[in-house]
Design a protein around this ligand. Sequence first.
Ligand code: ADP
Ligand code: ZN
Length: 729
Amino acid sequence: MTVGEALRKFWGFEGLRPLQGEVVEAALQGQDALAVMPTGGGKSLCFQLPPVVDGGLSVVVSPLISLMKDQVDALRLIGYPAAALHSGLSGAEAQEIKGRLGAGDVKLLYVSPERVMTAGMMDALDGADMGRGVRRIAIDEAHCVSQWGHDFRPEYRILARLRDRFPAAPIHAFTATATPRVRKDIVEQLRLREPRLFVGRFDRPNLTYRVVPKTNLLSQVLEAVQAHPEDASIVYCISRKDTERLGEALRAKGVNAAVYHAGLEPERRREVSEAFAQDRVNVVVATVAFGMGIDRSNVRCVVHASIPKSIEAYQQETGRAGRDGLPSECLLLYTPGDIASWRRLISESSAPERVPYDLGLLDDVRRYAVTQGCRHRFLSEHFGQDYTPPNEEGCGACDLCLDGFKEVEGSTKKAHRILATVGDLVRRHGTFLFGAGHIAAILTGSRKQEVLQHGHDELRGHGCLTGYSPSQVSDWIGQLVDQGLLVRTEGRFPQITLAEAGAGALRDRQEVALREAPAGRRRERGVLLPDADQALYADLRAYRTRLATERSLPAYIFFHDATLLGIAAARPSTVEGLRGVPGLGESKVKEFGADLLQIVETHSRERGLSRDQFAEVARPVPAAPRTGSAETLAPLFARGLTVAEAAVESGLAPSTVSGYLAEWIRDTRPPSIDPWVDPGVQDQVREALEAVGIGRLKPVFEELGGAVPYEQIRVVVAYELSREPAVSG
Ligand code: ADP
Ligand code: ZN
């Protein structure tokens, strides 16, 4: 079976994502590799494809039983021959699997690191696949082998022996952790032989990042999760106590939120994970303990109630949003006070030699929170990658590009009043300092006990910011701390004093900018969604939840949101039509096709909706970076392969291929573009071009009411341009 055939038969996917093709190629050619791909980047497919392509047995070492179980369950549903051997099985179950393994009926075997080197396992593996043994080995979450990774597991160290035991099998290591130190460690520990190194793009274009000053935790979290009412959200807190408190407060507001942290009974933790996976609970308030093993692909919102301790942690936690490639939101509620708490925690709990290192990581994430440039750019550059925004307006998916930097009116005057008041307090009380809350109370004219008791109602700054809320003023104080004009002391009750620079700013009447909180302002996202019928989509989701509950399996392994959206948009009337929806391979069409068609049928009849609207199914695949080259694709285009076919053959993303196709058309001026765009659609686009002119694609897209995907418009535009006489002189 070719890669393309396997992809269509089992997964129903249209093409590979960037790097997947190259990693699979290396596996098939027997080369070792280290693949560094971000969470959601599609690592699993890299080790799931080779066994069904060349028929050889692959062993995958994976650290968590729950993770193995989910993957094997998902593979069963697509008719893929996989199994897992772990300590949770009964003797009889393990025996049954070993039998299938020997008979060659298992092509991908998941094992835990503590089991893989046992004598019993070795015997089973030697005799596996009708005596052919192990063809390839994959190590998932390979950073667990390194002490410098964030999740060191001593049992991974034993994997060093795999090389000697299976000298002929290439080893592929997979991780989402990018630091050079961890990479080097993985290569050495696992004794990889001249491994090919594949490093994916760390940017996640479908995630919208926002950082908002933390003014009112509960109402801000509530707003965020309620913006995704039917969808999954994860809210990360630092401490167990915080999760309990916030979870309770959310429940009191009517949100069905569960709490998860390492202090809960294992039984309770399992319940929460399961309810979340089966779509029965949509909101989980958790510590970072809620992480690995959470594979639900349709998490639409990740909120950080407090700043995480490093960019790496942030990338990993936010990475759990939008694994299916659909637009999702990441919100960080920031207050400088949380930085102070972290500093204290680090100095109390890190090993002394680690303290400077950990403080450095913290400072990186603090700079992320206060940056005034694009957040996608910041994150990419942090991981050592250039960032090219997809359009002139920027990334289209971060608060700074979407909302711009909006300055608070009269910023300088307000900032000077705050600085002057702090100056007055310092003059009056010397080293006896006050916290931000107290200073905000003075400025907003509060007459509460603590203010009166110190005679602070007599200060000239008392009431000079009346009309603003104390939390608003506290946020401005925090911004002045971030700008280095005020200083916040460390300790349990951080206090504020005037910095040298702040005194200078006052004296020299320097301008100071305070940033407006972009609360509640949301705009259009960067990724295109098919125009699905929402009621039908809801029905399809209900069907999915029912399947998940009946079979006690995670809901997302039945269908991705994108698949259900595709069905709700196209409303296919035939099995053939269902096959055209991304994410439905042969097994799923066979098993669930009749049900799906029935749901579409009933719904469409009731509402008089037309069927088989395939032009509507825009592909929600985010723009991929370009690898490959125009030269490798040209012969495919010359043969008239469609974008989807060329994508499968070349291993590039469809959007990348369509970019090259446009170039190829401009350069070679083919007589017709009928293989790529339906002639009727071509005419529509030409009409739109006459109305809005040939320039940017967006106006054309809008003129067409969003009915024609960008990829097709781009091809027609390229064709029209190729036919215009070259401008000379
Ligand atoms: P990782 O293990 O790197 O975090 P996964 O392997 O879980 O990522 O993949 C993330 C999601 O992307 C999964 O839901 C998977 O089905 C989907 N996916 C992976 N590769 C493709 C592809 N080529 N086309 C469409 N979807 C894909
Ligand atoms: Zn941006």
